[in-house]
Design a protein. Structure first.
Length: 145
């Protein structure tokens, strides 16, 4: 019981720290965008998305090291589903966010193509290799810059 209570307490503390640090990250990103003359969209797409991907990366590393690869895969799939559905919907509902259709088309096309590539590779060879990650990294660099 003590272990469960401790785990819950650590989760709450971590979420509070995450909430506070998120505010600092956003404020710093806005200052960087202004200083370098980038749009907020560019900073959001490049910097914020990379920073929010770091927890997924650490989960991937630790789950692979402990041979729990399904945790990593579930985290990646789940976070993408939540980002595309729940978070986008909440932005529309709460702040009446209207996405730029041209930008959204490019981004969602990339999501579908890269996801299709991963699914194809997993279905045909049941694994991803370093070459696959280089292909996806190259694609990401093309859309980011």
């Amino acid at each position: 019981m003590f272990e469960l209570l401790l785990s819950f307490l650590l989760l709450v503390i971590s979420l509070l720290a995450l909430s506070y640090s998120s505010k600092i990250v956003l404020e710093s990103a806005e200052k960087l965008a202004s200083y370098f003359g980038f749009s907020k969209l560019a900073i959001g797409f490049i910097l914020i998305s990379l920073l929010t991907g770091l927890p997924k990366l650490s989960i991937a590393i630790f789950s692979s090291a402990t041979h729990n690869n399904n945790i990593s895969l579930g985290n990646l799939i789940g976070s993408n589903v939540v980002n595309i559905t729940l978070l986008l919907d909440l932005n529309v509902i709460i702040i009446h966010f209207i996405p730029n259709i041209e930008i959204a088309t490019v981004i969602f096309s990339f999501i579908f193509i890269s996801s299709g590539y991963v699914i194809f590779k997993l279905l045909t060879s049941n694994k991803l290799v370093k070459k696959d990650s280089l292909v996806l990294f190259w694609c990401t660099s093309r859309i980011s810059f």
